[in-house]
Design a protein around this ligand. Structure first.
Ligand SMILES: Cc1cc2nc3c(=O)[nH]c(=O)nc-3n(C[C@H](O)[C@H](O)[C@H](O)COP(=O)(O)OP(=O)(O)OC[C@H]3O[C@@H](n4cnc5c(N)ncnc54)[C@H](O)[C@@H]3O)c2cc1C
Length: 411
């Protein structure tokens, strides 16, 4: 059990010890900043996720010096298996891995502590502490009641649930951008047979997708996700996808019926624990990034990609950007805010492209065409690998020009 007696004051208070918060805390502490990291849950704790680590997460872990420790316990994978609505499949090469978040987030949190950050839990952010209009720390609730912790800066890295954003006046959109549900299935017979990170589009999953990601020891993370209506790109011929129209458990059952490997996995395996759902906040949208004394980072700031729902890597990246802005801006509120806004803005075009790539969920024929062509064209497969590695843009593949090029002779 972590101590619940934090100090009265610190230089930076980071709220939330997910990938964004721990990365931010580690980077600051490493530079000698007095950092307190708090979370509403004691660690290790579970986080509902697909647990897939794509190349941006690998790069962020390398920057944090935690890559070897993570990979020593993760399940590596060499391919993202994209399965189109009509069943066509292409394996896109990439640097991939799977690690349950209970383990990954604990490694990240311990990395922050090793760098010098002090971690306290369970402590829940209730409200900001104000000096006039400036945030000067937080009111936190622990098992012994409420405490106040004064801080020169507070960083909110509280993930997709908007309560902390609402309490701080930073929430611009309360509704999630998407919702997803996952379960762990134990089936040692299938170990070694399902080795890629499979992402599956199917007409019966409507505008969503399913996945099977192999963990270690014969355990598989199986799940379904769907984007929600506030994004205009979600409005299709039978109306926008609304949360009330979606039953993720039914979607999960459908996925396990229509996708043969999922069917086999469940039929011969055992579900470990309950199926669990969670919201997603995507496209760097839905929250203010800063106000004097406070920065918002990670999924609280919408740092998860629409279309794929991947966000672990970008959570760490934005956490590092917040830390860098604080280090560079020192005592100047306006300099910190401007630097952080500018740094996050450089990521925005890629998030917009993922939002555009949502067209694949609206127009399943596009996924069929793309995957059919990628199976026959080294050029298109290379471009898909470039998107995964972030050397290419996903939106280009589904832009009018990109689609037109799909009809060109195969190369
Ligand atoms: C079902 C599902 C599948 C997904 N699959 C993948 C995947 O395979 N790969 C991928 O890259 N991404 C995936 N994502 C997205 C990924 O989970 C997020 O992008 C990522 O967790 C964001 O990290 P974060 O640090 O910003 O927030 P989080 O990981 O959510 O961490 C936030 C932390 O803040 C704490 N907290 C929240 N409120 C308070 C408060 N008031 N006071 C104190 N502490 C608080 C929480 O306890 C938590 O520890 C998935 C998401 C879902 C829902």
């Amino acid at each position: 059990m972590t101590s619940t007696s934090p100090p009265d004051a610190c230089t930076v208070l980071v709220v939330g010890a997910g990938p964004a918060g721990s990365a931010c805390a580690q980077w600051l502490a490493h530079q000698g900043v007095d950092v307190v990291l708090v979370d509403q849950h004691d660690f290790p704790r579970d986080k509902v996720c697909g647990d897939g680590l794509i190349p941006d997460a690998h790069r962020a872990l390398e920057r944090l010096g935690l890559y070897d420790e993570v990979m020593a316990a993760a399940q590596p994978a060499a391919f993202l298996g994209c399965v189109a609505p009509r069943g066509g499949r292409v394996d896109v090469p990439g640097r991939l891995a799977v690690m349950p978040r209970r383990q990954l987030d604990d490694i990240l949190k311990r990395g922050a502590e090793r760098a010098g950050a002090r971690f306290f839990a369970p402590l829940r952010f209730v409200a900001p502490l104000l000096d006039g209009d400036r945030v000067a720390g937080a009111v936190l609730r622990g098992s012994d009641g409420e405490i106040t912790l004064r801080a020169r800066w507070t960083v909110l890295a509280t993930g997709a649930v908007p309560q902390a954003l609402l309490a701080s006046g930073m929430c611009r959109r309360q509704a999630p951008s998407g919702i997803a549900l996952r379960g762990y299935v134990h089936n040692p017979e299938m170990q070694g047979r399902l080795t890629a990170l499979d992402v599956v589009w199917h007409p019966q999953l409507r505008r969503g997708y399913g996945w099977i990601f192999p963990c270690r020891d014969g355990v598989f993370n199986v799940g379904v996700g769907v984007g929600l209506a506030q994004s205009h790109s979600m409005a299709g011929e039978d109306g926008p996808t609304k949360k009330r129209n979606i039953n993720l458990r039914e979607m999960f059952a459908t996925f396990c019926e229509v996708y043969a490997p999922a069917r086999e996995l469940l039929a011969g395996g055992r579900l470990l624990g309950a199926l669990k759902g969670a919201p997603l906040r995507c496209s760097l949208d839905g929250a203010e990034l800063e106000r004097p004394g406070l920065l918002v980072t990670g999924e609280a700031a919408g740092s998860t990609y629409a279309f794929t729902g991947e966000g672990i890597g970008k959570a760490m990246e934005t956490g590092l950007l917040a830390a860098e802005a604080l280090l560079a801006g020192a005592a100047d509120d306006a300099a910190v805010a401007a630097r952080y806004r500018a740094a996050v803005a450089t990521l925005k075009p890629r998030f917009d492209l993922y939002e555009r790539a949502n067209k694949v969920n609206e127009h399943p024929w596009l996924a069929d065409l793309l995957i059919w062509r990628a199976r026959r064209s080294a050029r298109i497969l290379r471009r898909m690998a470039g998107v995964l590695e972030e050397t290419g843009n996903p939106g280009n593949l589904v832009s009018l020009r990109g689609i037109t090029r799909l009809f060109l002779p195969i190369r």
